[in-house]
Design a protein around this ligand. Structure first.
Ligand code: C5P
Length: 244
């Protein structure tokens, strides 16, 4: 039987807030309820690496969602700093290419060995969900989003990264083509019975667990709730029920 304490390690709360003190308050409230916090560009640019250290002090893990995309050397150097910060997950754009991803994986491996650091899992971002088939065509990419997502996910795996950030719709195709050990991290999760809001391709926490997604990312349904800890507990309860 899967317990709440196992399942909550798979729940990542997106701290999409500009105000570091509000982020800290929420992290304090939620640290006993969830495994990880996603720190994205807005909060990181505002609060810097201190917010990551604060979350660690509260006992939480961090998914640093900065989506690095640059020449290989630059991304590998940023990845080394992410490893030194002690984050559990961080990501790079797969569109930076196989060499960029290989160098990043190698640089992380090297620094973790030399400095005795815990190895973060590096994720690839395939196609942003804000882009559709016609956007890709405008960018000179034929064949549509689905084919491009699968092509890039294969490239991420080949380069030696741990997994991808993907939408609920893409998860089962990627699982099939990249295998069971490949990490799938999925946002756009809405608890059963909640409004989709601006998310278009959504899934409930239970369906995400049944689909074999490793980590789900939930933002506003928890951070915007009147009782964020209670909202997190009900997401975990939905996940436990689905895990059986
Ligand atoms: O508040 P909500 O649950 O929609 O937050 C989801 C988080 O996941 C946000 O940080 C959002 O930027 C991120 N995300 C997403 N869809 C993607 C990739 C990332 O919603 N395709």
């Amino acid at each position: 039987m899967t317990t709440a304490s196992q399942v909550r390690q798979r729940l990542i709360v997106a701290l999409d807030l500009a105000d570091p003190s509000r982020a800290k308050t929420l992290a304090t409230l939620l640290a006993p309820e969830v495994g990880m916090f996603k720190v994205g560009k807005q909060l990181y640019v505002r609060a810097g690496p201190d917010i990551v250290r604060t979350i660690h002090e509260l006992g939480g893990e961090v998914f640093l969602d900065l989506k690095f995309h640059d020449i290989s050397n630059t991304v590998a150097a940023a990845a080394v700093e992410a490893a030194r910060l002690g984050v559990r997950l961080f990501n790079v754009h797969a569109f930076g290419g196989p060499e960029m991803m290989r160098q990043t994986a190698a640089a992380v491996e090297k620094v973790c060995g030399e400095e005795d650091l815990r190895r973060p899992s590096v994720l690839g971002v395939t196609v942003l969900t804000s882009l559709d088939d016609s956007d890709l065509e405008t960018l000179g990419i034929q064949g549509g989003v689905r084919a491009q997502v699968l092509r890039l996910a294969g490239m991420v795996k080949e380069a030696g990264l741990a997994g991808v950030v993907c939408s609920a719709q893409e998860a089962s195709d990627i699982r099939r083509s990249c295998g069971d050990a490949f990490l799938l991290v999925t946002p756009g999760i809405r608890p059963a019975g909640q409004q989709a809001g601006d998310q278009k391709r959504i899934m409930t926490p239970g369906d995400a667990v049944r689909a074999g997604i490793d980590y789900i990312v939930v933002g506003r349904p928890i951070t915007g709730a009147d009782d964020p800890a209670g909202a997190a507990r009900s997401v975990v309860a939905e996940m436990v029920e689905a895990a059986g």
